[in-house]
Design a protein around this ligand. Structure first.
Ligand code: 5GP
Length: 189
């Protein structure tokens, strides 16, 4: 399937609680639309098994992350469950200037910052069919310790209350349905 020209150079933000399945949905979207450029974030979180530096994230020590913030190198950044996450500014601006659709997969505080810096962007909130289902997915992932799981679930309660701030809300129950709806919202044919 082709990416329609109307989507070129547009910024889309996807936000939703940890464990809702943003990664799976985004991977399916990129497979169908290789022209979309997905931003690689910087983080102070330790890599999970299988994560590759420069591909999954740029894994930075806290001091290096702080240097990036001080230098204005991040478009937005936020602390989430004890770690810092941020979007490198230069590649986002470059890909938008080249006319490519740009996608950010970030948490709520970051989405709020981008809303101010890119008011023309589309902001999409992805939510689980239920809170119980979210907890099941986070625990089933098996990547986080109990303390991290509790922090993520607490944060999820806060994020879920913010869905009304977004341009659109998608329920991630059925992956294909969510993918089709996402394509529609991004103006992809
Ligand atoms: P995880 O540790 O599970 O990879 O990510 C935790 C949360 O951080 C997720 O909600 C993810 O969307 C968010 N996140 C990832 N990259 C960024 C970023 O660059 N900025 C912000 N604000 N949040 C991010």
């Amino acid at each position: 399937m082709m990416t329609s020209p109307s989507a070129a150079g547009r910024l889309t933000v996807i936000t939703g609680p940890s464990g809702v399945g943003k990664g799976t949905l985004v991977a399916a979207l990129l497979k169908r639309h290789p022209r979309i450029w997905l931003s690689v974030s910087a983080t102070t979180r330790a890599p999970r098994s299988g994560e590759v530096d420069g591909v999954s994230y740029f894994f930075l020590a806290r001091e290096r992350f702080a240097d990036q913030v001080a230098a204005g190198g991040l478009l937005e950044w936020a602390e989430f469950a004890g770690n810092c996450y941020g979007t490198p500014r230069e590649p986002v601006e470059r890909h938008l200037a080249e006319g490519r659709p740009v996608l950010l997969e970030i948490e709520l505080e970051g989405a709020r910052q981008v809303r101010h810096s890119f008011p023309g962007g589309v902001q999409i909130f992805l939510k689980p069919p239920s809170f119980a289902e979210l907890e099941r997915r986070i625990r089933g992932r098996g990547t986080d310790g109990e303390e991290a799981i509790v922090r993520r679930l607490e944060r999820a309660q806060v994020e879920l209350k913010a869905e009304g701030e977004f341009d659109a809300v998608l329920v991630n129950g059925d992956l294909d349905q969510a993918l089709n709806e996402l394509e529609g919202l991004m103006g992809l044919g």
